[in-house]
Ligand binder design. Structure first.
Ligand code: GLC
Length: 527
């Protein structure tokens, strides 16, 4: 069970309105009480923050706003003493445009060896018409020393994030060194950013309308697997756990599973589940497909309801369209927060009952909604700006957490001038308030995480159920029933209720609810 920490927004220890390592250390008891096994930090490195830290200037230095290396090491040790391992984010596809390599490449000019670590190309027009993951083009033109227009460089994300050329031996060597740097400091694993994008077709063709598997010019090319094989060998050279977790957005389940072969990544984020609507057939199909895709490679599935890039579940599940897609994010989409919260509770229990690893994005355990009315001057996300303001961007799921009290900054910081403003009505959502309320989202998460340990490795088996209900067993100790949109369903006869996301009504599980029950012991046949 891995808890994702977005360090800017977790807790602020030094009162500058930005979360930091001192803040996370002060909240270690909270993480311990939650019961998770590991934390994953989104990038904590030195960065100009053009993309929330995914534009890394120095992979071996902590961003001064977050602290320093000594604090990171202290965190790793203190967390481990509480049974919590640390996973860091590795960003191999691109660096910051302030990274020394890129600065040197700009200074050295066209044709220089320094430029070969990136994708520089000449010409009067951009070399391709590829579309950036943040919209717009993927090429930015440089200026030569005399100010005349120079070469173009490739960036699949923002212009501040030039893509590295993975054909270059320096790029490979450097990243292996960065892995060793963090593994040597005791981190238990790495989350690999944009893991499927590293390798490009050097001929730089246009993207075909329907690329054949492995033939897309910049995504999921076969050459990427060799990189992860060498990373795996490196990780396996350590004693103790060093796991590789891929951020792999990939609709094709078999292509996805190829990353998880025994000599590659240990696991990768399953984004299929969050891309599905809150409908029993959709969710059932997603679970079945994912379990089937993982079985032949022997890797654990992952279950992810959200992260720092996507709409918070209580907001998403309260909308008419409950599936997540970047392309459909728009301002002013109505949501029914109460319904969304009810479903988010049900979804949390559903995924927590599944086999594999569970990822929890900070604040989901508090049921925080997406903050949709941030003042426009406060927004920072390049996704918003590069869409011409049409896409609200990802700031709304990155608002600083509420810990205590009734008004901003809710114990997040000593200043209310937090880097993103917090809503005035989050007093009821603070961790303190919810810890004292057995009916809260936090209490539900804590109990689910604790109970999950008892069936974590038990075999999974579907159970026959009405169409609107997902039902499965984990060994003989647990049955999970998720009533996605149906009439109330009775619990199995003689079963003991362990945990439910909503109150039962007349002993039945109402719609948009999940229950965990312990089935009645099988009857021993009479002799
Ligand atoms: C990943 C990160 C996202 C970032 C992008 C570029 O998708 O999760 O936050 O913007 O990569 O690094």
């Amino acid at each position: 069970m891995v808890y994702e920490i977005y360090p800017r927004s977790f807790a602020d220890g030094d009162g500058d309105g930005v979360g930091d390592l001192a803040g996370v250390r002060s909240r270690l008891p909270y993480l311990r009480d939650l019961g998770i096994d590991a934390v994953w930090f989104t990038p904590w490195y030195a960065s100009p923050m053009a993309d929330g830290g995914y534009d890394v200037e120095d992979y071996r230095r902590i961003h001064p706003a977050f602290g320093d290396l000594a604090q990171a090491e202290a965190f790793i040790a203190e967390a481990l003493a509480l049974g919590i391992r640390t996973i860091v984010d590795i960003v191999p596809n691109h660096v910051s445009s302030r990274h020394p390599w890129f600065r040197r490449a700009l200074a050295a000019g066209p044709g220089s060896p320094e430029r070969e670590r990136f994708w520089f190309r000449g010409g009067a027009t951009p070399p391709t018409n590829w579309v950036s993951n943040f919209q717009g083009g993927t090429w930015t033109r440089t200026a030569d020393a005399d100010g005349t227009p120079g070469e173009w460089y490739l960036h699949l994300f923002a212009p501040e994030q030039p893509d590295l050329n993975w054909e270059h031996p320096d790029v490979r060597r450097e990243h292996e060194d960065v892995l060793r740097f963090w593994f040597d400091r005791g981190v238990a694993g790495v989350r690999i950013d944009s893991a499927a994008l590293l390798v490009k077709d050097p001929a730089l063709p246009e993207v075909p309308d329907a690329p054949l598997p492995g033939r897309h010019p910049n995504t999921d090319r076969d050459g990427v697997h060799e990189i992860y094989r060498s990373w795996r060998a490196l990780a396996d050279g350590y004693r103790g756990t060093r796991i590789l977790i891929g951020e792999v957005w990939m609709p094709d389940a078999d292509r996805f599973a190829a990353y998880l072969r025994p000599d590659e990544l240990h696991t990768a984020f399953n984004f299929d589940f969050m891309s599905r609507e809150w409908r029993a057939d959709q969710l059932r199909e997603s679970i079945a497909t994912m379990l089937a895709a993982h079985a032949p490679v022997g890797a654990p599935s992952t279950w992810v309801l959200s992260n720092h890039d996507v709409t918070r579940p209580v907001t998403r599940y309260g909308r008419a369209d409950t599936a997540f897609a970047f392309a459909t994010k728009r301002f002013g989409t109505p949501t029914d927060r109460e319904l969304g919260t009810r479903r988010a509770r049900a979804a949390a229990l559903l995924v927590a009952a599944l086999p594999g690893s569970l990822y929890i994005y900070q604040g989901d355990e508090l049921g925080l909604p997406e903050v949709e009315d941030l003042p426009s001057g406060a927004r920072e996300d390049p996704m918003h700006f590069r869409s011409g303001g049409v896409d609200p961007g990802r700031d709304g799921c990155r608002v600083p957490l509420p810990w205590t009290g009734d008004e901003p900054p809710y114990g997040f910081s000593s200043t209310s001038a937090t880097w993103l403003p917090q809503p005035a009505d989050w007093g009821g959502l603070t961790a303190e308030r919810q810890a004292a309320d057995p009916g809260s989202m936090l209490s539900l998460y804590r109990r689910a995480i604790r109970l999950r340990r008892s069936f974590e490795s038990a075999p999974f088996a579907w159970i026959d159920a009405p169409d609107d209900v997902l039902a499965f067993a984990r060994g003989d100790g647990l049955v999970c029933l998720a009533n996605v949109a149906g009439r109330p369903v009775a619990l199995p006869r003689g079963a003991e209720l362990l945990l439910a996301s909503s109150e039962l009504v007349d002993d039945a599980l109402p719609s948009d609810s999940t229950a965990w029950v312990r089935p009645a012991p099988a009857e021993t046949p009479h002799r």
